[in-house]
Design a protein around this ligand. Structure first.
Ligand code: AQP
Length: 320
């Protein structure tokens, strides 16, 4: 059976890109054992508000449940609540070169020109390797931006296995079949992102219908005036078509104007998000339930994680 792990950083409000690119593929693949991991430890690698990180972590867990992640089939965990992640992180640092971490594009981008760059920002890809390897995961769905980090996890696992003996499953990166990369509505050259400075290009999964309507109405298009797919010449229209396709699960019919396209996109997005909003509201009435799901997820994954750490400690030369 293939074990998969999909990670979500609680660094802001989840958006339509997270749903289409990661949550829906996770829900669709629940016939195989999966882990949905909220990477709250990763949210500490940059300046953050502690109360906000805690609130975001619970919100991500609640949205995952509202979007259809079934906790009886998919373990939902926060990486900070499974201490084996941090223990393995240190052990993996002992087989990772400083240059390997410093070469990561995301580290270079996030630390560029910045004062007070946290050491954890540099070592974050090693923690991500631990997040994956500690669970013996075989497949990790990854987008382009994470493929360099997954490659590092593979390199570190392979190196450890050949230096200290077979210890880790070397994970394989997979592209979710149904996932589209959703671009920013205000700047379709960049991906829709939690941390982009302006909310104008982002559809939050919990945004009320009037906000969704306004955001889509203001989406950047072009002056060509024809509704067609052309990623180079018409990136905004192409992105709206991708959203329409992903949210309606059918090929768009004949569309004769950008106004008509935007109305169709608004209806399709609202049809997908309305039930998630409603379920989220119900779940939010009982925060204890969500905490219980996280505790159950932790209890479910810990025996295997503890066994991986035990193997690693023994292989690298520590006392039991
Ligand atoms: N725009 C997107 N289109 C499709 N998939 C996306 N994902 C993120 N943005 C898009 C996928 O969502 C999952 C969770 O992402 P993450 O929380 O690890 O953070 P990220 O990839 O860095 O996404 P963000 O929203 O842009 O966060 P920030 O701004 O905090 O860096 C991943 O599977 C990701 O591929």
């Amino acid at each position: 059976m293939t074990r998969r792990l999909t990670g979500f950083q609680p660094t802001g409000k989840l958006h339509l890109g997270n749903l289409i690119g990661a949550m829906r593929p996770l829900v669709q693949a629940q016939d195989r054992p999966s882990i949905a991991m909220i990477a709250d430890l990763h949210a500490l690698t940059v300046e953050h508000d502690p109360a906000q990180v805690r609130a975001n972590t619970l919100q991500v867990a609640t949205v995952l449940l509202a979007a259809g992640v079934d906790p009886d089939r998919t373990a939902i965990i926060a990486n900070s609540q499974v201490p084996e992640h941090t223990e393995l992180h240190y052990l993996l640092e002992c087989v990772t070169g400083h240059g390997e971490a410093a070469r990561m594009i995301q580290f270079k981008e996030k630390s560029a020109g910045g004062k007070n760059v946290r050491l954890s920002l540099l070592t974050y890809p090693v923690l991500m390797a631990a997040d994956i390897l500690v669970h013996d995961v075989e497949q990790v769905p990854v987008g382009d931006d994470q493929s360099q980090h997954l490659e590092l996890a593979r390199t570190v696992a392979t190196r450890f296995n050949s230096r200290y003996g077979e210890t880790f499953t070397v994970p394989e990166g997979v592209r979710p079949e149904s996932a589209a990369r959703i671009m920013d509505l205000a700047d379709p050259a960049r991906k829709m992102s939690k941390s982009s400075p302006s909310a104008a290009g982002r559809i939050g999964l919990l945004d009320p219908p009037d906000v969704i309507r306004r955001t889509i109405a203001r989406a950047v298009t072009d002056t060509v005036g024809v509704v067609r797919e052309d990623p180079i010449g018409q990136p905004g229209v192409t992105n709206l078509l991708a959203i329409l396709r992903a949210c309606s699960d059918r090929e768009p019919g004949e569309l004769t104007s950008y106004g008509q396209l935007k109305r169709e996109v608004t209806d399709a997005v609202d049809a997908v998000l309305a039930p998630i909003r409603a379920r989220y509201a119900e779940l939010s009435e009982d925060p204890g339930h969500v905490r219980k799901i996280l505790a159950e997820g932790r209890a479910w994954v810990r025996p295997r994680a503890a066994e991986t750490v035990r193997r690693t400690r023994a292989a690298i030369g520590l006392l039991d």
